[in-house]
Design a protein around this ligand. Structure first.
Ligand code: SF4
Length: 449
């Protein structure tokens, strides 16, 4: 009988890509994926340490699997990702029923760890950081599995050390792949039916800087030229590395979607400095103005931290001012909480939790009203939607995305998958739209197929 595994993924798109690699590796050693821990021979958690109390949550989560292991002692349990990288061996000591721990640079060793656990009932942990040459040779190549859209990792790691962030400690330093390898991978994906790629990295704007490869803007030009590709996106951008050359791509490249996620984090110059972000809010706003000039239809989304150590009312007001000025389509807002080992965790701070919470709610109120204005403006319009798959809304329903990465559900036939079609927006919800196919011109992208 085929062995089975159950995998849960937490966190960012980098973890989604890592999980796709995990699936491929386990399928390569004879496992097949199942949808619950109860049915599995192997249970894996791919963890994230960005959110508050992440380690504690992972330990809590592992506790759910203990009763299953008590009943079936042969069940193997493993943890990968950023919490595994941070905690390492300690996890095996703290959780006696845990079998394997693998760090962010060691996914390729998972089959070996699983086989050790299977055959010798040996517990194992690998969390060593690899040198750049080895890492460059290990960039994940994953199978396509009928996808219309795919993430393509172009760089990994981060050298920025924003004072609140744990990522450089758990993902290691920046490395970038060669542009030739990236373009070849995308050509291969397109040949297998992929129509949209998102170029992925912790800080894509600094792509190639260390390697003295081409700039990220030039990479976008090369990918834009791949025949058969319909759309191109990228994430995540650091404002300090957002060059004029890169901004101008939004006015030049027909496949580049008119959306950018540009994390501002704070509108206060003082707090940005304490965060070690490397830009001022004035620089940030200048870049936004240029983006809107070269591409008037562009929509921006962002990340904002409220209640960073020593934030005053004046600092917070500066954040509200930036939010009002930019008019973000959406924002991921976070209440600051310290991450052990980061510089910000050692900063003195006397803000009360009540005050932070009040500010957080004021920000939410402003952003919710911005978002409503932006998305309600689409009601009744016909927009170009790349059809990605069947919708969870029910039989005969499809879903796709607009250029702004907004999900639209609409009735339609499966043969539209992978095509860009005109959809009239008939209802706008908080996080998605409802639409109907139309023959009206949408005046945006045209489907080449
Ligand atoms: S740029 Fe800053 S916030 Fe983003 S991953 Fe690097 S250190 Fe973290």
């Amino acid at each position: 009988m085929k062995k089975t595994f159950y995998l849960e993924t937490f966190g960012c798109q980098m973890n989604v890509v890592d999980s796709e690699q995990i699936v491929d590796l386990l399928c390569g050693i004879g496992y097949s994926q199942v949808d619950s821990a109860e049915k599995a021979d192997l249970v894996l958690l791919n963890t994230c340490s960005v959110r508050e109390k992440a380690e504690r949550k992972v330990y809590g989560h592992l506790g759910r699997f203990k009763p299953i292991k008590d009943q079936r002692p042969d069940l193997m349990i493993g943890v990968g990702g950023c919490v595994a990288q941070q905690e390492g061996e300690r996890m095996l000591e703290k959780v006696p029923y845990l079998d394997l721990v693998f760090g962010t640079h060691n996914i390729h060793r998972l089959p070996e760890l699983v086989q050790q656990a299977e055959e010798k009932r040996q517990r194992g942990s690998v969390t060593e950081f690899l040198d750049r040459e080895t890492r460059l040779n290990l960039f994940p190549q994953r199978s396509v599995r009928d996808a219309v859209t795919r993430f393509v990792t172009v760089m990994q790691g981060c050298d920025n050390f924003c004072s609140y962030c744990i990522v450089p400690y758990v993902r290691g330093r920046e490395i970038s792949r060669s542009s030739a390898e990236i373009v070849t991978e995308i050509e291969g994906l397109v040949a297998q039916g992929v129509r949209e790629v998102t170029l992925l990295g912790q800080n894509v704007n600094s792509y190639g800087l260390k390697e003295q490869e081409i700039s990220f803007a030039r990479l976008l030009h090369r990918v834009n030229a791949v025949e058969g590709l319909k759309r191109l996106r990228f994430a995540t951008s650091h404002p300090k590395d957002m060059t004029a050359e890169l901004i101008d791509c939004f006015g030049q490249l027909d496949k580049l979607c008119k959306h950018i996620h540009l994390p501002v984090q704070s509108g206060s110059e003082r707090i940005l400095q304490l965060m070690n972000r490397g830009y001022t809010s004035a620089d940030y706003l200048k870049k936004v103005t240029r983006l809107k000039t070269v591409c008037p239809e562009i929509r921006l989304t962002t990340d904002i931290i409220v209640g960073f150590p020593q934030e005053t009312e004046e600092d917070f007001q500066a954040t509200l001012d930036v939010v009002a000025e930019v008019g973000y389509a959406d924002a991921f807002t976070f209440l600051y909480s310290p991450r052990t080992g980061t510089a910000a965790a050692k900063m003195p701070d006397d803000q009360s939790m009540v005050l932070r919470q009040q500010r957080f709610e004021r920000l939410l109120e402003l952003q919710n009203s911005n978002s409503e204005k932006v998305w309600q403006a689409d009601l009744g319009k016909t927009l170009a939607v790349l059809v990605e798959g069947e919708s969870k809304q029910g039989a005969g329903q499809l879903f796709g995305r607009t250029t702004w990465n907004r999900i639209v559900n609409f009735p339609g036939e499966k043969n539209l998958l992978g095509q860009i079609v005109p959809v009239k927006i008939v209802k706008v919800f908080r996080n998605s739209n409802l639409g109907e196919l139309t023959t009206d011109a949408c005046g945006q992208e045209r489907d080449a197929s």
